[in-house]
Design a protein around this ligand. Structure first.
Ligand code: NAP
Length: 261
């Protein structure tokens, strides 16, 4: 067999064995770092975005340069209709999703006494309903192929609470219960469902915080620094891999030791 033929065969084998990940809200922030890390690990990536079109296109370019397939898909994952259209497009153009990362999330902070109903419902829709819609779409294919990984991005404040974030914390705590229930339902089918709970991570979400709040938060972090999106991405990559085969229904805090609960 010639070198050329051998190489082509190897490439074909590699491509056949290559897994497809879908990362929601991957146009920027933590989602972007997760998508890049999964690409570095050799996974093809479906990049979901809602408003960050330019970020998603640039990310696909960076992923392609790593030698994996990547495509950007616009969808508001807080809407059931958008999510079913998203999965249809991904399936048609890239194949079955084997790794799902429920990352998309928003904050609408307010003290409970002042919290408007839409501040509650918007956050529930974007952070929690989205995970239900996406996981429900993805799980059938995972069960069918007897291999799948679902990773939900929660937050340590979902475990310990935070004043001004009753809506946000409710969704993040909700994700934990959701993931543990799904983990129990599908553990015997080769599908794991785990949670990564970031602490205080340097992104647009925390960029808006006032300096005094930021230094108060920093004092509570034994590691002495804010986390980076890459810190979170490395934990997600573990849950997305074969290495975590016997780990399901777990919550891993990536918080520099801030909570230890
Ligand atoms: P970010 O910089 O504000 O980015 C939020 C991401 O979510 C964006 O990519 C955004 O997409 C996407 N998104 C929001 N609503 C969406 C929707 N309806 N449909 C599709 N995408 C949507 O936030 P981040 O810090 O990267 O946060 C990512 C995740 O980590 C969130 O779930 C957040 O709660 C969690 N987290 C963050 C921290 C932290 O300290 N930063 C700590 C704990 C947990 P577009 O820009 O395309 O609209």
């Amino acid at each position: 067999m010639t070198d050329k033929l051998e190489k082509a065969e190897k490439r074909e084998k590699m491509e056949k064995g290559r897994r497809l990940a879908l990362v929601t809200g991957a146009g920027r922030g933590i989602g972007r770092a997760i998508a890049l890390k999964l690409g570095e690990k050799g996974l093809d990536v479906a990049v979901n975005y809602n408003n960050s079109a330019a970020g998603a296109v640039e990310l696909c370019r960076e992923l392609s340069a790593l030698g994996v397939s990547a495509k950007a898909f616009k969808a508001d994952v807080s809407k059931a209709g958008d999510v079913s259209a998203l999965f249809k497009s991904v399936e048609e153009s890239m194949g079955t999703v084997q790794v799902l990362v429920n990352n998309a999330g928003i904050t609408r902070d307010n003290l409970l006494m002042r919290m408007k109903e839409e501040e509650w419902t918007d956050v529930i829709a974007a952070n929690l309903n989205s995970a239900f819609y996406c996981t429900k779409e993805a799980i059938r294919g995972m069960v069918k192929s007897r291999w799948g990984r679902v990773v939900c991005i929660a937050s340590v404040v979902g475990l310990v609470g935070n004043p001004g974030q009753a809506n946000y914390c409710a969704t993040k705590a909700g994700l934990v219960g959701f993931a543990k229930s799904a983990a129990r339902e599908y553990a015997a089918k080769g599908v794991t469902v785990n949670v990564v709970a970031p602490g205080f991570i340097e992104t647009d979400m925390t960029g808006a915080l006032k300096e005094n709040l930021r230094s108060a938060m920093l004092q509570q972090i034994p590691a002495g620094r804010m986390g980076s999106p890459e810190d979170v991405a490395r934990a997600v990559a573990f849950f997305a891999s074969d290495e975590s085969e016997y780990v399901t229904g777990q919550v891993l805090a990536v918080d520099g030791g801030m909570t230890m609960c």
